[in-house]
Design a protein around this ligand. Sequence first.
Ligand SMILES: [Zn+2]
Length: 88
Amino acid sequence: MFILQSIEQLEKAIIKAKKTRTQVKFIKFGVYAVSGSNGFYTVKCERGAHGEKIVNCECLGASKGLVCYHAASALALHVGLARQRQAA
Ligand SMILES: [Zn+2]
């Protein structure tokens, strides 16, 4: 897992996600299934006790604290949904 501090962290991962045509499936708010090289990974986006944005992906890269393209793809959807919720 990693803590999202700025959108710049995601830039490289977003480029990779576009190249690999990553698919994102909505499971519920904050939980997404993202296509990877070995099937789908579950990505969870949640708020920590101090309001930090915690992103968890099941893949090996994320377990080492890297910003993976699965997480970047899920976040792109999550951020849009979170905005809609605030507006509603
Ligand atoms: Zn991942």
